[in-house]
Design a protein around this ligand. Structure first.
Ligand code: ZN
Length: 338
C-alpha cells in the first residue's frame, strides 16, 4: 500500500528492465541508419553491462513480466534482421562473456546471395561511381522527375558526404541522398515481390548487376541452425520478408509472421514464440494476430523500458549506437534510471 502510494507520487521509481536493440556488429564505411556497432566497441558494451547490470534472456524477462517480478537494473539483449556478423562476430563475444541474446531473423535472405533491399538501394544510389543524370525511368509505373545534375559522377567530396550522412537525424545533404530517401519511402510499404521489381528497375537504370557484398550478407541456413541450437541464445520471428506490417491486410500479416515462425522452428527444432516487428511498424491487426497465434511477447522499436505493467505485445527497446564506452555507460545509466 505504502509502496504503491510512494510510487504514485514518484518517490520510488518503478522497477523496470531495458531491452537493448542491436542490428549489426561490423565496421562499415557508411552506416546511414546507425545500425552497426564496431566489434571492439560491442565488446566494451558487453563488458560494461556484465559489470553494471543483471543480464537475463528475453525468455526470462517475459516470464518475469507474467509474474510481475521484473527487478531493477535488468538488461536483455536483442538483434534484428539476421546479418551474418551476428553469428561470426557478436556470438563469439556473447559466448565469451556468457551473455544471452535473442536474434530476430527474417527468412527471405537466409542462405541467399542477396542483400536486404535498403542496403542494396543505398549502395546503388549513394555509392555508384556513375549514374544516369535523368531519373524519369527509375521506377516501374511512376515517373520520377529528377535530375542529378553535377552528381552523376561520385566525386571524393560526394563520397565523404555520403559516408558520414546520418539519415535518421540529418536532412539529405546531396541530390543523390534526396533521391535515395525518395526511393526508400516508395519501397518501404511495398510487399517483397514489388520491392524486388522496383529494385530490378533501379539496378537496370544504374547499369548495376545484382551482387551481394560479403560484408552485407545474411546468415546461411547452417549458421542459423547453429545459432538456434545454442543453449545460451534464442531465435525470434522478424517475418518472412521484412514488410512494414501496418501497411498490409491482416491475412498478409498472419502469413508473414507464421510463415517465418514455421521456417525458424524447422531450422532450429525449437518453439519460436517471440516477435520483433520490422521497422517497429505494427497496428491493432498485428497485435491481434500475434496474440491469437500464442506468441509470448512482441517488441517494437519504441525507446522505453519494460515494466511489470507493460503490454507484452508492445514492448519497447533501446537502439544501441556505435558509442564509445563512456558514452554507452552514460546512455545505459540514463535508460536504467528512466
Ligand atoms: Zn529489421
Amino acid at each position: 500500500m505504502l509502496k504503491n502510494l510512494l510510487s504514485a507520487i514518484n518517490f520510488l521509481p518503478e522497477a523496470h528492465a531495458c531491452v537493448l536493440m542491436y542490428h549489426r556488429v561490423a565496421k562499415l564505411e557508411s552506416d546511414i541508419w546507425e545500425i552497426a556497432v564496431d566489434p571492439d566497441r560491442f565488446e566494451q558494451h558487453m563488458q560494461l553491462i556484465k559489470r553494471k547490470a543483471n543480464v537475463i534472456s528475453v525468455k526470462e524477462l517475459t516470464e518475469a513480466l507474467g509474474k510481475k517480478s521484473i527487478k531493477k537494473n535488468t538488461i536483455a539483449i536483442t538483434f534484428d534482421d539476421g546479418y551474418a556478423d551476428n553469428f561470426h562476430v557478436a556470438k563469439p563475444i556473447l559466448d565469451y562473456y556468457n551473455l544471452p541474446a535473442t536474434f530476430f531473423i527474417t527468412s527471405q535472405t537466409i542462405g541467399k546471395e542477396e542483400e536486404l533491399w535498403w542496403d542494396e538501394l543505398e549502395n546503388i544510389i549513394l555509392f555508384s561511381e556513375r549514374l544516369p543524370a535523368k531519373c524519369s525511368s527509375i521506377l516501374v509505373g511512376s515517373i520520377t522527375d529528377f535530375d542529378l545534375e553535377q552528381e552523376v559522377y561520385l566525386s571524393k567530396d560526394l563520397l565523404l558526404k555520403h559516408q558520414s550522412w546520418n539519415a535518421c537525424e540529418q536532412s539529405p545533404p546531396t541530390l543523390r541522398c534526396v533521391l535515395f530517401f525518395h526511393l526508400w519511402q516508395k519501397l518501404k510499404p511495398l510487399p517483397y515481390a514489388e520491392q524486388q521489381l522496383q529494385l530490378r528497375s533501379i539496378r537496370q537504370w544504374a547499369g548495376r548487376i545484382r551482387n551481394a557484398r560479403p560484408q552485407y550478407k545474411c546468415l546461411s541456413y547452417n549458421e542459423l541452425q547453429i545459432l538456434g541450437n545454442s543453449i545460451l541464445h534464442d531465435i525470434g520471428v522478424h517475418t518472412e520478408t521484412h514488410p512494414a506490417l501496418a501497411f498490409h491486410a491482416p491475412i498478409f500479416q498472419k502469413q508473414e509472421l507464421l510463415g517465418n515462425k514455421t521456417f525458424l522452428e524447422k531450422a532450429t527444432g525449437k518453439d519460436i514464440n517471440l516477435v520483433a516487428y520490422p521497422y517497429g511498424n505494427y497496428n491493432q491487426d498485428t497485435t491481434d494476430v500475434v496474440k491469437e497465434a500464442g506468441f509470448k511477447a512482441a517488441f517494437t522499436t519504441e525507446g522505453k523500458p519494460v515494466t511489470n505493467d507493460s503490454d507484452r505485445y508492445r514492448l519497447g527497446r533501446f537502439q544501441v549506437k556505435n558509442n564509445l564506452e563512456y558514452q554507452f555507460s552514460q546512455q545505459l545509466q540514463h535508460w536504467l534510471n528512466s
